[in-house]
Design a protein around this ligand. Structure first.
Ligand SMILES: O=C(O)c1ccccc1N[C@@H]1O[C@H](COP(=O)(O)O)[C@@H](O)[C@H]1O
Length: 222
């Protein structure tokens, strides 16, 4: 779903410290993400995520990210953390993703091979609330800072598009004014080390998103 820009949603992912969660809320992030994917340098366990969630300000969403986790692991994270959105990066199918009764995004790996069409994505994941396009190769882990060619994004998706993969304060303006995504998701581009967010990079990222939102001319006849 491409759109007239008013306010691009911002998600800061891969939180491992309560202070970063608090700062993300104060800077105006719409959502923060906890990574439950195994082998990620940002992986957190449900009890840690639950305690970080307490640092979240009202009206900021908690998102739980999975990559081929078991149903039991997903259920336990939901039970403890109460995320408002799930994000699946692995080979999970529509039935698996919808089985938890929580709205979910399907992450699409754009790093390799042929880009999927909008029709194929919508047919394969009819229950998804939206699609997140990431720069990693299929089967490889995300959060790698890998960017992809934005012109490969499928046109005419009926659902919200989240853009991810190698975004940072220096390229997010171009990303937004080029793609007009519903939202942007960033992990490594606002870090000083995996899982360690950098306050100044977070602040600059938000500033650049707002600058992009003001830059686009709005159609006042609509
Ligand atoms: O952050 C991780 O470690 C991670 C692990 C497994 C799957 C996805 C992961 N992160 C997500 O990847 C994208 C892009 O991250 P980056 O900005 O390029 O570092 C984003 O959606 C992260 O949430």
């Amino acid at each position: 779903m491409r759109r007239t820009l008013f306010r691009t949603r911002i998600k800061f992912c891969g939180m491992t410290r309560a202070g970063d969660v608090r700062l993300a809320s104060e800077l105006g992030a719409d959502a923060i993400g906890f990574v439950f994917a195994r082998d990620s340098p940002r992986q957190v366990r449900p009890p840690e995520a639950r305690s970080m969630r307490n640092a979240l300000a009202p009206l900021v969403d908690a998102v739980a990210l999975f990559m081929d986790n078991s149903a039991e692991e997903v259920r336990e994270a939901i039970r403890q953390v109460r995320p408002s959105l799930l994000q699946f990066h692995g080979a999970e199918d529509d039935a698996f993703c919808r089985g938890f009764g929580v709205p979910w995004l399907k992450a699409v790996a754009m790093g390799d091979g042929q880009a999927p069409t909008a029709a194929a994505l919508q047919a394969r994941y009819p229950g998804a609330s939206g699609f997140l396009f990431d720069g990693h190769a299929p089967g490889a882990a995300g959060g790698s800072g890998a960017r992809f060619d934005w012109s490969r994004l499928p046109a005419e998706l009926a659902k919200p598009v989240m853009l991810a993969g190698g975004l940072d304060p220096d390229n997010v303006f171009d990303a937004i004014t080029t793609v007009l995504p519903w939202g942007v998701d960033v992990s490594s581009g606002i870090e000083s080390a995996p899982g360690i967010k950098d306050g100044e990079r977070m602040r600059r990222f938000v500033e650049e998103v707002r600058r992009a939102d003001c830059h686009v001319e709005h159609d006042t006849d609509a």
